[in-house]
Design a binder for this molecule. Structure first.
Ligand code: NG1
Ligand code: ZN
Length: 543
């Protein structure tokens, strides 16, 4: 067939380096940008097949999120704006690793296995972040979808592309499939919510945003005019000078537990950082002593779930709300949510798709990774009940107001994926409605001091885990060593797992003091180094 000839011809322009093997992981493919040209082309092909198979629009996002500027990556977005289904992740890996001269055979195998009707139309939305490599890499994706209905959205945040794919496939029910439509939907909901806040001063409306020198900075600026009356933004690290994710952005702030470079703030000012593709957000402030205070994904989940629970009570709606976390969630947050707020808490493996799926099991599922990636999912039934109540003429004013707030909360949230801009607007609206300062929010519970470290090993796959990654099954003796170390400290917890996005083993530790958390993390790193084939220098103590 003619288009196979075209695939062959085009593929020669995007050759696979011999011997390179990559795997479609929790964040798609991610590695140095110079190794990705053939991957992009092939993902363009796969997205086309997926589109024909699902009879829907598929998204392809070119980004390496919070990784350094030199890296890049690609992920596919399924019809409802969700991550690519797992069975197709295997096809992605097969297609990525197949030899140049076997590409057509692999492609035809997939077509046969999935019984894809190649005469169907295909529609693919392609988006990219601001990395210098993203322009040519997204062109390689487009070469893969060429002549088959590819639509290039250019620069967008990852969550904007998820949103637009979902809008397109719901025939506009979720919103209009344009960036402008996204701004309108979110800002309208924000204005409705902000109307319910008592008079706020300009200071209270002010928020400092660290854009990580990435796409989020551009997009939040674009949105600013829609928010004028209710919000005052100062955007730092907007890409005009600094390097993407370098000493700034959500990942840097969360892991280093310090202010990003390039931000000018006063004690008590409310600040937030996005990551490189704007699907993560963390908040922070400094106090009068200059000490740094982080409000991470766990604090965000707590604020949002408290707000929603109160609204459900006021509305008199009996809906089951749950918070989904990973092993990285601070022990204090889990304790507070379970014991004080009495909400259901579920722990899943790291990786957004695991949290997303777990959250779908509840009427309202609030999910956040500690690193600030998260959103809220409302079941169809929950949305219907809220809608019905909002339209009910026979209810009292308190219930009416709660239903109205819930309705607009649904509209402000990007339910397809974690979204820094949408999360930021929701948090700002909640703080405004509750008349809460960032310090009061921070005081809901106190984080246990914690530390995250990385250890280089020759093959990180030697570490296998269980119990939502909280225990290591292999190598032999490692879990016992961790258990013994944890016993030496108060309120301590530690676990290790192989990263899905970097060639390292991650170590997490928490304890009653920062010194103890640091010492425990270091000792566990040594155990990993010794028992799991550490390479390079032995991990050094932090102090
Ligand atoms: P890895 O590298 O597998 O730890 C990191 C994050 C995940 C997730 C992915 C995708 C941590 C500890 N890990 O994964 O939560 O966000 O990146 O971006 O934050
Ligand atoms: Zn990201």
């Amino acid at each position: 067939m003619a288009h196979f000839e075209e695939v062959s011809k085009q593929s020669d322009l995007h050759p696979k380096p011999a011997g390179l093997v990559l795997q479609y992981g929790t964040a798609g493919f991610r590695t140095s940008a110079n190794k990705l040209d053939h991957i992009m082309f092939r993902m363009g092909l796969l997205a086309t097949l997926r589109s024909k198979k699902t009879k829907a629009t598929i998204g392809v996002m070119v980004t390496a999120s919070h990784n350094p500027e030199e890296d890049n990556g690609v992920k596919l977005i399924d019809p409802m704006g969700e991550m690519l289904t797992s069975s197709w992740e295997d096809y992605a890996t097969q297609l990525a690793n197949t030899k140049q001269d076997e590409l057509l055979t692999t492609l035809k195998d997939i077509i046969k296995k999935e019984a894809i009707d190649m005469s169907r139309e295909a529609n693919v939305f392609v988006g990219k972040d601001t990395r210098s490599s993203s322009a040519s890499l997204s062109q390689a994706v487009l070469d893969g979808v060429k002549a088959l209905g590819g639509h290039n959205y250019g620069l967008v945040t990852t969550p904007q592309l998820h949103y637009m794919v979902c809008c397109q496939n719901t025939q506009g029910k979720y919103g209009e499939a344009t960036v402008e439509g996204y701004y309108r939907k979110l800002s309208q909901a924000f204005s409705q919510l902000a109307k319910n806040a008592s008079n706020r001063t300009d200071d209270q409306k002010h928020l400092s945003v660290d854009g990580a020198n990435g796409i989020g900075a551009i997009k939040v600026r674009e949105m600013e005019s829609h928010l004028k009356k209710h919000m005052q933004l100062s955007v730092f690290n907007d890409g005009s000078r600094g390097k993407l994710n370098h000493k700034c952005g959500a990942d840097f702030v969360k892991v280093q537990q310090e202010l990003p470079t390039g931000i000018k703030i006063n004690p008590g000012d409310r600040c937030c950082s996005f990551d490189g593709d704007a699907d993560r957000i963390v908040y922070y402030y400094t106090d009068s002593q200059g000490d740094f205070h982080l409000l991470d994904g766990d604090k965000i989940a707590t604020l949002i779930s408290t707000f929603l629970k109160e609204l459900l009570n006021e509305a008199g709606l009996d809906l089951k709300i749950a918070v989904v976390q990973t092993a990285y969630a601070n022990g204090s947050s889990t304790h507070y949510l379970e014991k004080t707020m009495k909400v259901i808490v579920k722990c899943t493996k790291t990786g957004v798709k695991h949290l997303h799926h777990a959250a779908q099991e509840f009427d309202i599922g609030v999910y956040f990774e500690a690193n600030g990636h998260g959103t809220v999912l409302f079941s169809d039934g929950a949305e219907e009940k809220i809608q019905q109540l909002a339209n009910d003429a026979n209810i009292n004013d308190e219930r009416k107001k709660a239903a109205f707030l819930l309705q607009n909360t649904i509209n402000i949230i990007n339910q397809t994926v974690g979204d820094a801009i949408s999360d930021m607007l929701l948090i700002e609206a909640i703080l405004a409605i509750k008349g809460m300062t960032v310090q009061q929010w921070d005081a809901i519970y106190s984080d246990l001091p914690n530390r995250q470290l990385k250890v280089k090993v020759s093959d990180r796959r030697v570490i296998d885990t269980t119990d939502a990654e909280r225990r290591a099954v292999t190598p032999a003796g490692l879990q016992e060593a961790i258990d013994d170390l944890v016993k030496k400290y108060q309120k301590a917890r530690s676990f290790v797992r192989p990263s899905g996005t970097e060639d390292v083993v991650r170590v997490y530790a928490e304890a009653d003091t920062q010194e103890s958390a640091d010492a425990l993390a270091h000792e566990v790193s040594l155990a990993v180094y010794g028992l799991a084939g550490g390479v390079g220098d032995e991990p050094k103590p932090l102090h």
